[in-house]
Design a protein around this ligand. Structure first.
Ligand SMILES: Cc1cc2nc3c(=O)[nH]c(=O)nc-3n(C[C@H](O)[C@H](O)[C@H](O)COP(=O)(O)OP(=O)(O)OC[C@H]3O[C@@H](n4cnc5c(N)ncnc54)[C@H](O)[C@@H]3O)c2cc1C
Length: 490
């Protein structure tokens, strides 16, 4: 991605537009940053592009992971940051950024305990070792009863106290568009455009880029990841604005080599990016597969009942277009437990009457033609699977072999692998200062949260809770630290 120079503007800022800290974005990072900075006595400006606070907490599951929490102790679970760190590095096969992961993990319990003190209530079944992602070795995975909202609400309530006390100034519908950069190269403030089209200048010794990812920006996604954006899952304001600002100041991105995907979504539309039509249950521990999975070449590429979600995700990552088709026959449709989570048998049957990404054919050859894959290969894949069912020896080692696929009509549902979080992120040092390629920090410019990228925070894997927890934690730490910075002589 190309960097761009910050727009030059002849704007003056009055003393009332001067703050100790400017936070760009009021989501998982920005909310705790504003709270802890204000609690430490700073005068904070929180600029938020959208009409409401909360960012990705409006769409996220809000699952966190932390070792050594009070909750764990109350439940008699012995855990340590060392074990959590070892788990993340094991799951990511050493690809996560060790320094950032350490900083997040050694402060994660403090974050969860702090949230709990503010009124956050975990689901009583938590903590567990994991849900939907490769499990940790210890039960340290927790979430609230109302997904990300459970976190958002306590943070917004706490922030309001500081707003009422006059320590935090929130400006909704203010899109930060450029950084102000002094003659020494230090960042001294931002310019933001309000909903009425007016551009405002604000100054502060520290600017925190807490603007989230870029996965709602198809063009930037393509530029960085070299792929089409498939889903509309991410928060719609995750458009990479902070990434562009960091680049404009001399920063750079890293971690895109750790691009990673979830095991698949059924898309609603044929055009991209698409909302989700629903989710097929592909977790073998929740529903053992009766179907086979074939890639765009018509070939099976993974043992469908492989217990490791991480291994299945890695297998999909290597497939053309990171997509596959779940293929089955009438016998499976009639006899297997429901494949689509929450769908009735009637809904499922109706979907094959023309809904995008649902395919039907009287024969395998006809099915292959509607999908657009090689009929010879598809038939060979089905024949190979059926042979394994008959002999009890599947060539991919699959163990759940309930029945052969031989009774037409035949069906397929297209599954698209896709990430929820942005892979590439802004490069920072251990103090979360944005750095240049030579490692030198850009004075006054900080970044935290998803803007750092899943490639740095989780590596080439999905490590449960390792996006929300670092976002909250880094925000909490930076708010306090940047309040202190404002008190130091320039
Ligand atoms: C469907 C889904 C489920 C998820 N579930 C989990 C989970 O269970 N556990 C987990 O660890 N992670 C999860 N994640 C990821 C996680 O939610 C995010 O990585 C994290 O919340 C990002 O926090 P953030 O503060 O960096 O960004 P956000 O919370 O997105 O906040 C960024 C804010 O910046 C604002 N903004 C953007 N541009 C500008 C601008 N130019 N000017 C001013 N403001 C701007 C945005 O409007 C937004 O409010 C999930 C993500 C999705 C999409």
């Amino acid at each position: 991605m190309k960097s761009s120079s910050p727009a030059k503007r002849s704007l003056s800022s009055s003393s009332s537009d001067a703050f100790d800290l400017i936070v760009m974005g009021g989501g998982s990072t920005g909310l705790p940053a504003a709270i802890t900075a204000a609690a430490a006595g700073a005068r904070v400006l929180l600029l938020e592009h959208s009409p409401k606070l909360g960012g990705s907490l409006h769409v996220a599951n809000g699952q966190m992971s932390a070792a050594g929490t009070r909750l764990q102790k109350e439940k008699g679970i012995e855990d340590s940051p060392e074990d959590h760190f070892a788990d993340v590095m094991r799951l990511s096969r050493g690809t996560a950024d060790a320094a950032l992961v350490r900083l997040a993990i050694w402060n994660a319990a403090g974050t969860v305990d702090w949230l709990t003190d503010l009124g956050f209530e975990p689901d009583p079944v938590a903590p567990t070792k994991g849900i939907g992602h490769e499990p940790y070795g210890k039960a340290r995975y927790l979430w609230g009863m109302d997904k990300g909202h459970s976190i958002r609400r306590v943070l917004e309530t706490e922030l309001q106290r500081h707003v009422d006390a006059g320590r935090v100034d929130i400006r909704l519908e203010h899109e930060v568009q450029a950084l102000s950069i002094g003659t020494t190269g230090a960042v001294t403030g931002v310019t933001a455009r309000s909903a009425d089209g007016v551009t405002h200048a604000f100054t502060a010794p520290s600017v925190l880029l807490a603007s989230g990812g870029y996965n709602a920006n198809p063009q930037m996604y393509r530029e960085i990841c070299g792929r089409d954006l498939y889903t509309t899952l991410p928060y719609p304001y995750a458009r990479g604005a902070g990434h562009r600002l960091a680049l404009s100041a001399g920063g750079h991105l890293r971690g895109v080599e750790n691009f990673f995907i979830n095991f698949g979504y059924v898309l609603e539309t044929a055009s991209l990016p698409s909302p989700l039509a629903g989710r097929a249950v592909t977790y073998p521990d929740r529903r053992a597969p009766w179907e086979i999975y074939v890639n765009a070449l018509g070939q099976r590429f993974v043992r469908e009942d492989l217990p490791s979600i991480d291994a299945r995700e890695n297998a999909l990552l290597g497939q053309p277009g990171e997509r596959y088709w779940i293929v089955f026959d009438q016998g499976v449709l009639d006899n297997a437990p429901p494949l689509m989570a929450g769908w009735t048998r009637e809904q499922m049957a109706a979907a094959f009457d023309g809904r995008p990404n649902f395919y039907k054919g009287d024969t395998l050859v006809a099915l292959a033609a509607t999908i657009g894959i090689d009929p010879v290969r598809l038939k060979a894949s089905v024949d190979g699977y059926n042979y394994g069912v008959t002999t009890g020896a599947d060539f991919l080692g699959r163990r759940h072999l309930p029945r052969p696929l031989g009774t037409g009509p035949f069906y397929a549902i297209r599954q698209q692998g896709a990430p929820v979080s942005s892979a590439a992120g802004v490069a920072v040092n251990g103090d979360l200062q944005v750095i240049r390629r030579d490692g030198a920090p850009i004075s006054g410019l900080y970044a935290a949260g998803e803007i750092l990228g899943s490639g740095q925070l989780m590596g080439r894997a999905t490590c449960g809770g390792m996006m929300v927890t670092p976002a909250l934690t880094f925000g909490r730490l930076l708010g306090r630290r940047l309040a202190e910075r404002a008190r130091q002589p320039a």
